[in-house]
Design a protein around this ligand. Sequence first.
Ligand code: AMP
Ligand code: MG
Length: 352
Amino acid sequence: MPDGSAPATVILQKSCGATSPPSNVGNPHIATLSAAFQCSQRSSSPGAVTAVTAGADTVRSRPAVRPAERLDESSRSATVAPMPDNVLTRLRVKPGSNFSVKRRNPDERFGWDKDAAKAELAQLHVRIDALQQRLAAQRTHSLLVVLQAMDACGKDGTIRSVFGAMNPAGVKVHSFKAPAGSETDHDFLWRVHNVVPARGEIAVWNRSHYEDVLVVRVKGLLPKHQWERRYRHIREFERLLVDEGTRIAKINLNVSFVEQGLRLQDRIDDPRERWKFRIGDLDDRKLWPEYMKAYDQAICETSTEHSPWYVVPGNRKWVRNLAVAKILLHELQQLDPQLPPDDPAIAGLHVV
Ligand code: AMP
Ligand code: MG
């Protein structure tokens, strides 16, 4: 790892009743946030009837609206029967269809207005966040979102703009690079299976096991008979995850060749963006037609009822963000997470 790039870790130490010190003493890259967190959590935990702050005699009365009820209210419309959304049907790739990315317009705006779309995105953020809280509280199901796109085509921006609305404690983002170390000593699904979302979690994959039928095919890293059978492996792997309680949405950000060129040029020209550019990105750009062919086949082979592909127009970032937020909301609505039932032992308790 280059100098100065050591990862920083922030530990939140909840110190109500905690006696042991944090184990990060002496590590300059770990910051412990403790004091501000002390006890204040209690007043916001769902189900709290009264809460003690400093001493046993300081009792705060029950808030007018309990956080759990606020959660209910903000997500009510999100958890009843979802509104049919024509845009989602247009984004989804019908299983068994003869899909080709060429037939999708990366400039599509679905008749949306930019300002209205931004306002709607903010509203969807609130509903998505409320559903994610329920998913985490219920801890029975999980959601996996796979993001695939060419370089500079918006994977990172989508993660920041759409998934950044949720509590980071319940969302895990994984970026997959070329396999290295022990990854190369295992089957291609080993490294992804290792980071599938746990019950209650949302995982977002920036690139994925699909690279093993995209870059591997386009660059001839393996013979055809080896990558070709992977479509079946992928279908079966995803079926396993779905059977075990994971919902899967796979999203391809569809940016035009011209737009990718402009974005790569921006990365080269802007010193703040330059770190994202690799010379190798230009080699991949030269192979654009081969990549599109590989995307077409991968999407056709693996868009299933239980694990669909969505192809999102990516030339306009605001269209992309709203479209992905709609997909995310829809997937969470389908999971329909519910708060777990109250523990009867808690009913009527007064904390003094
Ligand atoms: P980036 O996402 O721009 O940081 O680049 C990651 C690079 O890793 C891309 O060039 C991917 O094609 C490459 N990559 C990811 N997964 C694989 C894989 N399974 N095999 C080969 N290359 C991969
Ligand atoms: Mg790159």
